[in-house]
Design a protein around this ligand. Structure first.
Ligand SMILES: Cc1cc2nc3c(=O)[nH]c(=O)nc-3n(C[C@H](O)[C@H](O)[C@H](O)COP(=O)(O)O)c2cc1C
Length: 166
């Protein structure tokens, strides 16, 4: 049983979760930035990490997942929204549905918050109260919470999910 843990990341959040997943996985395993992955041949399981971009998996991760067929796949992601929000749950569902279209079996799913690039937050604040991301107190609180993630509890939760797979 050989497992590939791969991830796409801009600011490092998803890489951190990937490292936790990798630590928990049993059997023969490799971890690789998605940029360096040369196909899925030779692996029995592929665990893919993505960050959420405009409500879906970021383009690089999405492209890779679209290349997978007839595989056992686990997904893990990070996003700015709360993981129990409808936004987060819809992302996870959309990703798993797309994988199933290509006859993959989704054996694990995990998503947690990840700090939003401060430059993005500044831009949203500058767009002011009329923009789609207006800095309301509720949003400011969510951004502040995201800034603390992924944290040890997130790593433990990811390990729990990916560590118990056989
Ligand atoms: C261009 C861009 C678009 C984003 N879109 C969303 C989004 O639609 N929903 C969300 O919850 N978070 C969104 N985020 C927040 C990121 O998904 C989050 O900060 C993530 O943890 C970044 O992961 P990384 O550090 O691995 O790059 C966005 C971030 C960027 C930079």
């Amino acid at each position: 049983m050989k497992t590939l843990v791969t991830y796409s990341t801009l600011t490092g959040n998803t890489k951190k979760v990937a490292e936790a997943v990798f630590e928990a996985v049993s059997g023969e395993k490799e971890i690789m930035d998605i940029k360096n992955v040369n196909g899925a041949e030779g692996y029995d399981r592929i665990f893919v990490g993505y960050w959420v971009d405009k409500g879906e998996a970021n383009e690089e991760a999405k492209k890779f997942m679209e290349s997978l067929k007839d595989k056992k796949v686990g997904t893990f992601g990070t996003l700015g929204a709360y993981p129990d929000s409808e936004h987060a749950q819809k992302c996870v569902e959309k990703i798993s549905d797309a994988l199933r279209v290509n006859n993959n079996t989704v054996i694990a799913e995990f998503i947690c918050q990840g700090a939003i690039d401060p430059r993005i937050i500044e831009t949203m604040r500058k767009m002011g109260s009329n923009g789609p991301h207006a800095p309301t107190p509720e949003r400011e609180a969510r951004w502040a919470e995201a800034a603390k993630h992924p944290n040890e509890a997130d790593f433990a939760a990811a390990k729990e999910i990916f560590g118990k797979l056989d």
